[in-house]
Write a protein that binds this ligand. Structure first.
Ligand code: HEC
Ligand SMILES: [Cu+2]
Length: 316
């Protein structure tokens, strides 16, 4: 059979919205292209050499005509801008309660870990009808995480976190790609997203065995790297307790001033790798840098641990 799909399947909540905007833009572009080409053809024919036409009229000007032909495209341009911006904001901020999944890119594969602990490579299993939020980073060069059927794409950068969220609307298997040229085997850096019924997803998670969750692994690392020695009440070092820090506003000392930053994944990451860059007010810059000592997947596990104790009271 003749099978020539022009677009990938629509398999996420944003996909129909992205397509609608896209069709609108294609429609507007097509309309003006046809209009302009038709006009060109008409005039080329009408005023062709040798045609018996009155060419004596002086050049006429019409302010109304000129304003109209600038005004209409301007309005269309602005519609695209505000429509696109509105969609971007929806697409940018994950809804609260989204399922957390960590992604580490490296030449040339995707390492993915679910917060329950199960890890996979070049595959991403997700439940149907639930928002999923990916927190992503790269171990080497710039990559880009792309799922065409969900109409989502986000660059994945070394040295920082970017995030991406989607809510699948159809059970199935969808291609995932790296969409940023990242070296020799870039074209092979892809895999599959498997959207499952929620019950199947739970079963799949359990199949991984009853290993530790990311937060539990993170807690182990927290002890191994001696973070606990300072951060769980030390006799010698005055360090902040990390219970309840995640998601809160933290006072940062800057010279004589104090300003507040939100303790999100990026803040926690920077606190671990570049502690001197943001010193918590009321504390000395005594924390050593862990730059180069903790792998990207381990950093994500430690952050998962710090996030998991966000709801706990700070012991005095
Ligand atoms: C030698 C003691 C020491 C060790 C070891 C240490 N820290 Fe710290 N840490 C501090 C001190 C002191 C501060 C407060 C000053 C600052 O912000 O640099 C701090 C700040 C932090 C903050 C910011 C806290 C806030 O309230 O905003 C985080 C997050 C953090 N540390 C995580 C870690 C992790 C994770 C490790 C282990 C990989 C670790 N620390 C190891 C002493 C330590
Ligand atoms: Cu790549």
């Amino acid at each position: 059979m003749w099978n020539f799909p022009l677009l990938p399947e629509q398999a996420s909540t944003v996909a129909p919205h992205v397509d609608l905007l896209y069709f609108f833009q294609v429609g507007v572009s097509l309309f003006f292209s046809v209009l302009i080409f038709a006009t060109i053809l008409y005039f080329t024919y009408h005023y062709r050499e040798g045609s018996n036409i009155d060419r004596s009229r002086p050049i006429a000007q019409s302010l109304l005509l000129e304003t109209t032909w600038m005004g209409i495209p301007f309005v269309f341009g602005m519609i695209m801008f505000f429509w696109g911006a509105a969609l971007f904001y929806v697409d940018y901020e994950a809804p609260p309660g989204a399922l957390d999944v960590s992604v580490v890119a490296k030449q040339w594969m995707w390492y993915i870990q679910h917060s329950q602990g199960r890890a996979e490579i070049n595959e991403l299993h997700v439940p149907l009808g639930q928002p999923v939020k990916l927190t992503m980073t790269s171990q080497d060069v710039i990559h880009s995480f792309y799922i065409p059927a969900f109409r989502v794409k986000q660059d994945v950068l070394p040295g920082r976190y970017t995030s991406l969220w989607f809510e699948p609307t159809k059970v199935g298997r969808y291609h995932l790609f790296c969409a940023e040229y990242c070296g020799t085997n870039h074209s092979a850096m892809g895999g599959w997203v498997e959207v499952m019924e929620p019950a199947d997803y739970e079963r799949w998670l359990a199949e991984g065995g009853t290993g530790p969750s990311m937060a539990q692994e993170g807690e182990k690392l927290f002890v191994q790297h001696h973070c606990a020695g300072c951060h769980r009440g030390s006799q010698t070092v005055h360090a902040p307790r990390l219970e309840g820090v995640f998601g809160k506003s933290v006072p940062i000392q800057e010279g004589k001033d104090v300003h507040f930053v939100t303790a999100d994944v990026t803040y926690i990451r920077d606190s671990i790798l570049r502690p001197k860059s943001q010193v918590v007010a009321g504390f000395e810059p005594l924390m050593p840098s862990f730059e180069g000592q903790i792998s990207e997947p381990d950093l994500l596990r430690i952050i998962a641990y710090i996030k998991s104790i966000a709801g706990e009271e700070t012991p005095q």
